[in-house]
Design a protein around this ligand. Structure first.
Ligand SMILES: Cc1ncc(COP(=O)(O)O)c(C=O)c1O
Length: 492
């Protein structure tokens, strides 16, 4: 009689148009009936041949479904006599409510509070390549043949120590190479032991947030600032306090100075996205302040290798006499973002804790890539690649800037053209830059609205990433975009 229960259930629920295989549907129907007690322990399941005939499916379909039930312990088979429902633990055979069939999709109410805060503020673009995507270098210039040659050396010998998990701080020779590079190029004061290799600045921020702050702590965030950092800090449970950015860099108000935060996130050498350089008085003030109030400064130095005018701007970390600065850098801009290799330089006293936190949270790897990168740096390819791409980006930046100035006039406000991978075209307050960027996307142009970088008091504008657009592509891409900007300007 109990067989009828199974027959009816299958006839009712089998869906031949579903994406789910018939084997999976039959397995789910049976396991559900067993869990809810409709097929109690000892029930004999129909013979596979008979059930296949009744359900008009192949015998193999039934056999495969029974096999899965058997593998998971729902049924037992007695050779020659058939397949029987197992005697499941009392807690399973009684009272357990199986999920309804078909399983309901989760709704927003299933998402946690912090999950909703994260998802309510997502800005990562769907496209990370194409005309004017900001923040992306020209990945097609990467010297892949050199890289493959260097990497092959390791693949040929397959050293186990490079294929296993990484110790929290990363591959020591790379830490040493990075510390030398940073000492020379960024005036960072550090020993190799202070360098910790990570899988990106996002991950560095995550580790530091876990280690140096508690849920509910406050963090000063540049306004406008890097949305990715805001997302990481918000996801870490911190309260973001927007701090105005002036030409002097992050400039906390007198009122804000009265309430020291736990963390301060700042891009002093090349403010993201406006491009300002933090002045020396402001730097010294921030360091003194952090020392006096025991705050931690997270210095994001994401693309300072690309400065086209004047001398390089030394890091804030190099001025820090108190050990309050956590310096972050990345290979995403100098090499390519998909490499997912970055580094932080942390005060000596924190080195071991940061490395341990990284291991616990992320169980790092990528040692083979780290070893290859060490050779790439040591054999001079890294410096060579930076020199080459810097020239290319400077040229693209000037083609773009000239074209924009030609169209909008020399005095049109633009910022961030002395360094980096993007420039900002500012727009009057009445322009809806989000709608404009959406309209541009429909034309295959991926400018980003400046307003989306603000946590408060947003101002409109467009970010143009020029590094990844070939010289020949710049003007044709711009020609597609300019009419849209003109139209937005005309509709006051
Ligand atoms: C200011 C800033 N910091 C960090 C990053 C990302 O670094 P990573 O790729 O190492 O996570 C970006 C990427 O655009 C950025 O603009």
């Amino acid at each position: 009689m109990l067989e009828i229960v199974l027959h009816e259930s299958l006839l009712q629920h089998l869906d031949r148009d579903s994406d789910e295989t018939l084997v999976r549907q039959i397995y789910r129907a049976c396991s559900r009936l067993i869990l809810e007690g409709s097929l109690p322990a000892g029930t004999k399941l129909p013979a596979s041949r008979a059930l296949a005939r009744d359900m008009q499916v192949s015998r193999n379909t039934i056999l495969n479904a029974y096999e899965q039930l058997h593998a998971e312990g729902y049924v037992v088979t007695h050779t020659g006599s058939g397949t029987y429902v197992s005697n499941l633990a009392p807690s399973l055979s009684r009272g357990l409510k199986p999920p309804p069939m078909p399983i309901a999709s989760p709704t927003e109410s299933n998402i946690s509070g912090r999950g909703r805060r994260l998802l309510g503020n997502t800005f990562a673009a769907k496209r990370q390549w194409g005309p004017f995507v900001p923040g992306v270098p020209d990945v097609t210039l990467f010297p892949s043949k050199v890289w493959m040659r260097l990497q092959r050396r390791y693949w040929n010998t397959l050293p186990p120590s490079l294929l296993t998990y990484a110790h929290g701080a990363g591959y020591y020779p790379l830490r040493r190479a990075v510390s030398e590079h940073l000492r020379v190029v960024r005036a960072v004061v550090c020993e190799p032991e202070q360098v910790i290799i990570t899988s990106g600045i996002h991950q560095s921020i995550s580790v530091l947030t876990h280690l140096l702050s508690d849920v509910g702590d406050r963090v000063w965030m540049e306004n406008p600032g890097y949305w990715g950092a805001s997302s990481m800090l918000r996801a870490g449970g911190l309260q973001l306090e927007p701090v105005e950015v002036t030409v002097e860099g992050m400039s906390p108000s007198a009122e804000q100075l009265q309430q020291p935060p736990q963390l301060i996130f700042v891009t002093p050498s090349h403010q993201y996205p406006l491009g300002h350089v933090m002045s020396l008085p402001q730097r010294l003030m921030l360091l003194e302040y952090a020392q006096r109030h025991q705050c931690w400064i997270i210095e994001d130095d994401y693309d300072s290798e690309f400065r086209f005018d004047g001398r390089p701007i030394p890091s804030l970390q190099g001025l820090d006499q108190y050990g309050r600065v956590l310096y972050l850098g990345t290979f995403s801009k100098t090499l390519f973002p998909g490499m997912r290799l970055a580094y932080m330089v942390v005060p000596k006293a924190l080195t071991d804790w940061v490395a341990r936190a990284l291991s616990e949270l992320y169980r790092e790897g990528r040692l083979l890539e780290q070893a290859t990168l060490t050779d790439f740096i040591a054999e001079g390819y890294y410096a060579q690649h930076i020199r080459k791409t810097k020239t290319v980006y400077a040229r693209r930046q000037s083609i773009l800037r000239e074209a924009l100035s030609h169209h909008f006039g020399r005095d049109w406000p633009m910022s961030n053209h002395e360094a980096g991978l993007h420039l900002v075209l500012h727009l009057p307050a009445y322009v809806n830059d989000v709608a404009l960027a959406n309209a541009a996307q429909a034309q295959g142009i991926w400018v980003r609205p400046l307003s989306s970088y603000y946590v408060a008091d947003a101002k409109p504008g467009l970010l143009f990433g020029y590094a990844s657009v070939s010289d020949e592509q710049i003007l044709p891409s711009l020609q597609r975009l300019l009419p849209l900007i003109d139209r937005a300007l005309a509709t006051a």
